[in-house]
Design a binder for this molecule. Structure first.
Ligand SMILES: [Zn+2]
Length: 463
């Protein structure tokens, strides 16, 4: 890498790239950003260091913006060997610093950069908890220094000189480990959710920072720091009624749209479908739980569950009737009667997996299922190299197991991964699927499958 600055190809007409940009930032910083694979873009505002965000995101803001005034602190952070966290927005350094971007849960829907959220941490106080960091903080940006850049996000009281320290909650265990909840640091912004869009003010979020004296093995340190941050968030929730959550990268990654062709009819009719209210409610809840795919999955699953007893009963009746319709059947034969008893005895032994497969075998149209599974996206998703681990892959041409059987096994395994935490020895091999994990964000095709099954099962119950 040379020290030259790479500029955005698509800069708006009339914007001149300041030739001195590299100098303004300092060659060391430019070199360091390049070394860390960050691409510097030209910026309309000479006070904003604009960095390209390399993932395709679903974020309103498309770039990273950092006040140029933070250059020195940014460089000193980068020089400590920083790397992005893999699953969340944030980073760690080999020198014992860890930063995890968080949003406040109560108003999560209002976004990551909500000024009200930031203000609500100002009420927190700490005891007489002194540490070597003294009254300073772990590099949180004081946005008061840049009123022009952050003008939309005034989460401090500008008349009160102490208000910035109100935003910094810093605690220590007195052995050199410190935890802090405060506005992001310059490097935290760099590894954070995109916060800048040309022509708009900068946005600053909150983060939890962990700093330790003895780093030791870096992987171990990151694991420990993440654990500490989680314990801290747990106590904030329980003791301080402040709900923080880390922001998963997966939730910002571009997700493919549903491939179910949702044909839409505009003409409304008097309902012909007879649907139990419980079923209708679960169905609509599942449809609306877009932002929580495991929950959507479970709600569609509950729709299926509603029909288990009916499916099992139908299956038993069919089997008993078949025995009785055998031309050789005789009421005088004990063997024949025992055969019928055998069928009915099995009724109590249907496992949940059996119940799903009984339901799907009888109520779901195989052609619909095949058509769905053969769509290119679904072939990849449900295939052996699909993104969801610990569940059965589905092979459309499988000779041994019917499609309904394969699908039931997958659905049941996935349901268990969502429902059971791994402490249950019965499900030791099934790793719990956490709601904010990358796997959870990739569940869309499985949710689409469940929606298809639920609709078919409800339709079948009408006939
Ligand atoms: Zn400290």
């Amino acid at each position: 890498m040379d020290d030259s600055v790479s500029y955005d190809d698509e800069q708006p007409a009339g914007t001149e790239v300041a030739p001195s940009l590299g100098l303004q930032l300092g060659d060391d910083l430019v070199a360091s950003l390049n070394r860390h694979d960050f691409e510097i873009l030209s910026s309309e505002d000479p006070e904003i260091l604009r960095v390209k965000f390399d993932k395709s995101t679903r974020s309103f803001h498309s770039d990273i913006g950092i006040p140029v005034g933070e250059s020195v602190r940014l460089l000193s952070q980068l020089e400590n060997k920083t790397s992005a966290l893999s699953d969340h927005f944030g980073f760690f350094s080999g020198k014992g610093y860890f930063e995890l971007m968080v949003r406040l849960g109560l108003i999560a829907r209002r976004g990551v950069f909500d000024p009200i959220a930031l203000r609500s941490v100002a009420r927190l106080s700490v005891g007489d908890d002194t540490c070597e960091h003294d009254s300073s903080n772990l590099l949180a940006i004081d946005s008061r220094k840049y009123p022009k850049l952050y003008h939309r996000q005034r989460f401090f009281d500008s008349d009160n000189p102490d208000s910035f320290s109100d935003l910094v909650t810093h605690v220590s265990d007195k052995s050199g480990t410190c935890i802090e909840l405060s506005p992001q640091s310059p490097c935290g912004v760099l590894y954070g959710v995109p916060n800048y869009r040309e022509g708009r003010p900068l946005q600053l979020g909150l983060s939890i920072k962990v700093s330790v004296e003895n780093v030791g093995d870096v992987t171990g340190f990151v694991h420990r720091a993440y654990g500490l941050a989680n314990s801290f968030m747990y106590e904030l929730a329980v003791r301080n009624r402040l709900i923080c959550e880390p922001i998963s990268r997966a939730s910002y990654e571009q997700v493919e749209r549903s491939t179910l062709h949702d044909e839409r009819i505009d003409e409304v009719r008097f309902p012909i479908s007879k649907v139990a209210s419980e079923v209708a409610e679960l169905y609509s809840f599942a449809e609306l739980a877009n932002d929580n795919l495991p929950l959507a999955f479970l709600s569609f699953y509950q729709v299926l569950e509603y029909f288990f007893p009916q499916a099992v009963r139908r299956d038993l009746i069919r089997k008993v009737r078949r025995e009785l319709s055998d031309p050789m059947f005789s009421l005088n034969s004990d063997t024949h009667l025992v055969r019928i008893i055998g069928v009915t005895e099995k009724a109590g032994r249907y496992s949940e997996a059996d119940q799903i497969s009984t339901l799907l075998e009888s109520a779901v149209r195989v052609e619909r299922l095949r058509e769905f599974l053969q769509q290119p996206r679904n072939q990849t998703h449900f295939g052996k190299k699909g993104p969801i681990s610990g569940v059965r892959a589905i092979v459309v041409g499988n000779q041994q197991d019917s499609l309904a059987r394969q699908v039931s096994e997958r659905v049941y395994q996935l349901r268990n991964r969502i429902v059971h935490a791994k402490d249950d020895p019965k499900f030791l091999e099934q790793k719990v699927l956490l709601p904010r994990s990358r796997e959870a964000a990739r569940l869309k095709p499985d949710v689409d499958l469940l929606r298809l099954l639920a609709r078919d099962v409800i339709t079948d119950s009408q006939v």
